[in-house]
Design a protein around this ligand. Structure first.
Ligand SMILES: Cc1cc2nc3c(=O)[nH]c(=O)nc-3n(C[C@H](O)[C@H](O)[C@H](O)COP(=O)(O)OP(=O)(O)OC[C@H]3O[C@@H](n4cnc5c(N)ncnc54)[C@H](O)[C@@H]3O)c2cc1C
Length: 419
């Protein structure tokens, strides 16, 4: 393990929220270290183009391809890169860890060629060649349109977008968007660019069909069921905040998101959680909250407070997303007994249905103990069986033994004393 690193402000996550936080703190003269597990900044939306599209953070120390794997004691993080484990000591911490896709299982969802909708978009942005291939996007929320547009631009034939909510819910959402002219214009432009693609509301996936890989999908559209041939199926039901690190730090989490105050400060002293980590609301919310967090972490509370009124409309937009894209209960009823729920450990719906709690299921089936550490199956089990998982044990992600052995020995996680 290399020497311990020290910084005034550590920012975990170089997406729009983390970049905005780093920029705002740097402008106050703070010493900032930015950590992200991707090779370059940008987060989910800008994917590696963050330095070109986000604010200037060149003065920050950037630890790319580096993951935070544990928060072993107040004021320190355990990091792992390709080559080494490192301890980073900080005075203030901005946790801008973003979100991941919400997945729901259905028969055939583990077939090659079936991914998340945002996951498929990410693969294409990463260079997957989909020219001339047929793709179906299904699930819920605005990400379906964004993903479809990226696939179409990359030369795929998007044969269908299946949105689970009703036409009435979509109309109400569109009407509410009039309070957000920029977002409305973006949505209209996106829909116009996809005008040749059928877009069905009140439609959901019943089953992905195929042997070696997906070759089609059965979709329920209202009362009708039909099978559509495809080479790729991307299914996602909105986003879930990444709260593993806030939870490891001891921050309060409610309704699946880090609890923050007006300055996006968590319940743990010196720890801020801007962006999707404190609630799903899109890139504008993430950037604004990142600026607030960066200013507050650097001690510029008055400047941070001056931005707080701008947060209210972003929070209202977040509520609109939640309200108008709520899941229809029948989406949880496509499962068969042999449908896998925990794909890392191959645990089926029939096996899990016998248990009353995630703890019991974990002990007897290893559900949630595989490579994803319950990132995927944890929320699914909450949806299907009502299981509550409180807290996560370190490491937050699979890590090398050598890294874990380099943890500082003091395990006090109470909080960071502000400088
Ligand atoms: C798959 C996907 C695709 C999306 N596509 C679009 C789109 O096309 N258009 C759109 O408007 N919105 C999209 N979004 C939503 C978009 O991400 C948000 O609106 C907003 O950009 C979130 O900003 P953020 O900074 O809060 O988080 P993010 O952009 O998610 O950034 C968080 C960063 O933290 C890193 N991170 C997390 N945990 C750790 C850790 N332990 N150690 C180190 N690094 C860590 C992540 O890798 C990521 O780079 C997408 C979301 C997802 C999940």
């Amino acid at each position: 393990m290399s020497a311990e690193l020290r910084t005034n402000i550590a920012v975990v996550g170089a997406g729009p929220a983390g970049l905005a936080a780093a920029h705002a703190a740097l402008a106050q003269g703070a010493d900032v270290t930015l950590i992200d597990d991707n090779p370059s900044p940008g987060g989910q939306i800008w994917r590696g183009t963050g330095l070109a599209r986000g604010p200037n953070v060149k003065q920050a120390r950037l630890l790319a391809s580096t993951r935070v794997v544990a928060a072993p004691q107040a004021g320190s993080l355990l990091l792992e890169s390709m080559n080494e484990g490192q301890v980073l000591r900080y005075r203030r911490l901005v946790v801008a860890t973003g979100a991941r896709e919400r997945m729901l299982p259905f028969p055939g969802w583990t077939l090659p060629g079936v991914t998340g909708a945002g996951g498929l978009q990410a693969l294409v942005k990463g260079g997957l060649d989909v020219r001339g291939q047929r793709a179906v996007l299904a699930g819920s929320g605005p990400l379906l349109l964004a993903a479809a547009a990226v696939l179409q631009q990359a030369g795929a034939q998007v044969v269908l977008i299946a949105e689970q909510v009703s036409a009435a819910a979509l109309a109400r959402f569109a009407w509410a968007l009039r309070a957000y002219p920029d977002k409305l214009m973006q949505a209209v432009a996106l829909r116009w660019s996809l005008r040749a693609v059928p877009y069905h509301s009140h439609a959901h996936v019943l089953e992905a069909v195929g042997d070696e890989r997906v070759r089609g999908v059965r979709i329920q559209h209202g009362e009708r069921i039909r099978e559509i041939a495809c080479d790729w199926l991307g299914v996602g039901f909105g986003l879930i905040p990444n709260t593993e690190l806030p939870q490891a730090l001891g921050c309060d989490v409610a309704h699946g998101a880090a609890v923050v105050d007006a300055l996006v400060h968590t319940s743990v002293a010196g720890v801020y959680a801007p962006g999707e980590a404190c609630g799903i609301g899109g890139v504008d919310k993430a950037q604004l909250e990142g600026r607030i967090a960066g200013l507050a972490a650097a001690g510029a509370d008055d400047a941070a407070r001056a931005l707080v009124p701008r947060r209210a409309p972003q929070l209202r937009f977040a509520s609109l997303l939640q309200k108008h894209f709520a899941l229809r209960p029948e989406l949880l009823q496509t499962l068969r007994p042999d449908t896998l729920i925990c794909r890392c450990e191959d645990v089926s719906h029939a096996q899990l249905s016998q248990f009353d709690s995630s703890r019991e299921a974990k002990l007897l089936t290893r559900c949630g103990m595989g490579a994803c550490q319950a990132r995927m199956c944890g929320p699914i089990c909450a949806d299907l069986y009502g299981w509550v998982v409180d807290g996560h044990r370190p490491p937050l992600q699979p890590a090398r033994l050598a890294t874990l052995m380099s943890e500082p020995s003091n395990h006090d996680r109470k909080g960071v004393q502000p400088s």
